[in-house]
Design a protein around this ligand. Structure first.
Ligand SMILES: [Ca+2]
Length: 105
């Protein structure tokens, strides 16, 4: 499945390097539901994001806890964040992309 350049793109390392995880459309996602690597070194995307690019049409909110809870921060649409803000490296646990059916808390 391609990673569209209009999608939310999460990277495990700074400067858009390492593995990539993409989300299109709207909704809330818990990052521990997504695998960065498989057996025998299973690791999820929880507490892994170190850089990201936001979709071209939607702001994105990142959360330090699951289910769009905990400390949060909203980021502008269509922007490249080559590093995380202070205290945000390797702590993101859920993400929210707003839309017709999704209001980000
Ligand atoms: Ca990382």
């Amino acid at each position: 499945m391609p990673c569209y350049d209009t999608a939310l793109r999460l990277y495990e390392d700074t400067n858009f390097s390492g593995k990539i995880l993409c989300f299109v459309g709207e909704g809330i996602a818990n990052l521990d539901n997504y695998r960065r690597s498989g057996f025998p070194f299973y690791r999820s995307w929880n507490d892994a994001v170190s850089s990201f690019r936001t979709p071209n049409l939607a702001s994105v909110t990142l959360y330090k806890d699951r289910n769009a809870s905990g400390v949060r921060m909203r980021f502008s649409a269509d922007w490249d964040y080559e590093t995380m803000p202070p205290y945000w490296n390797d702590v993101v646990s859920s993400v929210c992309i707003p839309g017709w059916n999704t209001t980000c808390p």
